[in-house]
Structure formats: C-alpha cells, structure tokens
Design a binder for this molecule. Structure first.
Ligand code: AKB
Length: 317
C-alpha cells in the first residue's frame, strides 16, 4: 500500500500499542508500520519489528534513517504506580525519552503523537468538567513528567514548528496486552479476577470515580487526531479527551451482571491517594470542535467487550 507514510511506534507491545498497531497496519499497510520491542515478542506477530531501547537516541536515529520514517507514535513510558516506585527512571524515560524524539522530529521533519494523561491534573484542578486550560499541579512523578512533556511538545511546536499532537488519556481499558503499573488499571485487572476466580481485591475505594475509555475509542481518536489537518489543531500541549467516568462500585455492578456470584473486596493502597488527586469528569469540547472527537462506548458496552475478549484470551492460553 502506498500512503507516503512510514510510522515508527515505541511502546508498541504495551496496552495502547497492542491495539493501535493492528489498526495502523490495516489502514496504512503492514509494510509501513515499524514497531520497537524491548523484550521478546509474541512469535505470531507478523509486522516489522526492531529490537532496542527507546531511550537510546542513536538507535532511534538509525531506525528513522533505515526506514525513512515520516511519523512517530511515541507510546513508551512508565505509568503512575510504576513512577512512584522509581521516580528517577520515570523522569528519564518519560521526559528525556520524549525530548530525544522531539529533537529527531525537528531534524527529520516528523509528525509525532505523544500521550499525556489525566495524571497531568492535580488537587488544585476542578474535580468535575475540567476545562482544557486549567491548573496543572500534579502530585505524582508520572503527572510531573506529563506536564513537563506537554510543555516540551508545545515548545518544540512553537519554536521549531514540530507537528506534535497529544491527548490527555483517561484510564484506558483494553484486553490485548496485560495492564501496566497504573492506577486506573484496576478496571482491567477486575476482569481477569472475575474470569479466573470470580473474585477480585480492588486497590481503590468503591467510590473512587475516574475518567475512563474503552481502547477502541482511544485508538480511533488517536488516529483521527493524527490525520486531522494541521490548521485545525489549536492545542499543542495536549487535548482533553473523554468518554465515560465510573467508580469501582459502578464497574463491579457490570461485572456482577456478567459473572453472577462475583465477590469484590476493597483494600485501598497508595494508588488510592493518586486517584484522589485526579479529577472525575473532563470537558473535551475543544477536541470535539477542532477535529471532531466523539466517543462511542458506554460502560456496559465496554464491560461486555472486555469480558468476552478476556474470556477467550484466557481460554487459549
Ligand atoms: C495510570 O493510571 O497511571 C494511567 C493513566 C491514567 O495515565 N492509566
């Protein structure tokens, strides 16, 4: 397929990458998508894979030259819980890694996608309907890296014209890859618990409402943002990006519907504090206006999909 695009994806086998790559391959041709892997990967994966460390700028440069890359989806990074366990590595991977990518984008004139997160918000942000432009004073290291990254993106756009685009991802829920070390990830773990043991111990309190999204919506929104005409992009930090909000108790009601007799217990840990520092609902009207964002999955549809896909996946293991 000739699309004029050659796309490099870091973090290709993580939660987002695993669901984004098949859609990119379908849309732009398998031969135009280059995935970077750090570890051994599923032998059934049939796309182009390069092995190496995404924080190694010389390695990234060699791939950009070798494959004549035109776009990078830079997904590699630590999440909120992982970032609290190792703040130095979180800074290094999330901020220094991004800066290397932006430098290469400047040199090779690449379009870049980079995910920010609701973790960019903090206790001084309104809890409901967070506007696009608001207080960004996160208390987690992950959040600090996201605010820093947003400002770096805006800087490289304003100073050097780099066409970098970003979304503040809410809790993303998908099934292809194992969930990462985050806070909203309880909403994926709960399905593994339900299917394996009909039980789950949740590390958040029952009323910890957070912004969430099914990954199919997130993948569509990400590609729509990257395909939008540059003139329509008015936000070069990161767009508010929203679909649904729910608490653990509300998700448990969905799981009980799918798995009768399901037993939930709550043992909140340090991740509860992180959740409390984040807002509950997000106003994404700027994304809707600029490039037509609109989510499609509600909580019930998302729960049905996750339950069915994870059941099938575990049956085949
Ligand atoms: C996390 O909980 O760390 C992530 C996020 C909201 O960015 N899922």
């Amino acid at each position: 397929m000739h699309t004029g695009k050659k796309i490099l994806v870091t973090g290709a086998f993580g939660l987002v990458g695993s669901e984004l790559i098949p859609v990119l391959m379908e849309r732009f041709g398998k031969e135009n998508i280059i995935s970077i892997a750090r570890k051994t990967i599923d032998p059934t994966f049939t796309g182009i894979v390069e092995h190496g460390d995404v924080t190694d700028s010389a390695f990234l440069r060699s791939l950009i030259e070798k494959h004549q890359i035109t776009e990078i989806y830079h997904l590699a990074g630590l999440l909120s819980a992982g970032g609290e366990k190792d703040p130095a590595t979180a800074w290094d991977v999330n901020v220094n890694g991004l800066r290397h990518v932006l430098e290469l984008a400047r040199e090779f004139n690449l379009r870049v996608f980079w995910p920010s997160s609701i973790a960019a918000f903090g206790p001084s942000t309104p809890k409901q309907d967070v506007p696009q432009h608001t207080s960004l004073e996160p208390t987690s290291m992950y959040g600090v890296t996201k605010v820093s990254g947003e400002l770096l993106c805006q800087y490289y756009n304003h100073r050097y014209g780099v066409d970098v685009r970003s979304l503040r991802f809410p809790g993303l829920n998908g099934w292809k890859a194992a969930p990462g070390d985050g806070t909203t990830e309880y909403a994926i773990h709960i399905f593994y618990g339900a299917i394996r043991n009909n039980a789950y111990t949740c590390f958040l309190k029952p009323d910890a409402t957070l912004p969430m999204m099914y990954l199919d919506d997130a993948v569509r929104g990400t590609i729509d943002l990257m395909e939008a005409p540059a003139e329509s992009i008015t936000v070069r930090t990161s767009y508010n990006f929203s679909a649904i909000s729910f608490s653990p108790a509300e998700l448990v009601a969905q799981v009980e519907r799918l798995s009768p007799g399901f037993k939930i217990t709550y043992e909140p840990d340090f991740r509860q504090k992180i959740a409390e520092s984040w807002p509950q609902t997000i106003d994404d009207s700027v994304a809707r206006r600029d490039w037509g964002w609109k989510p499609t999955f509600g909580i019930a549809e998302m729960a049905n999909e996750l339950y069915a896909h994870i059941t099938e996946k575990l049956a085949n293991e």
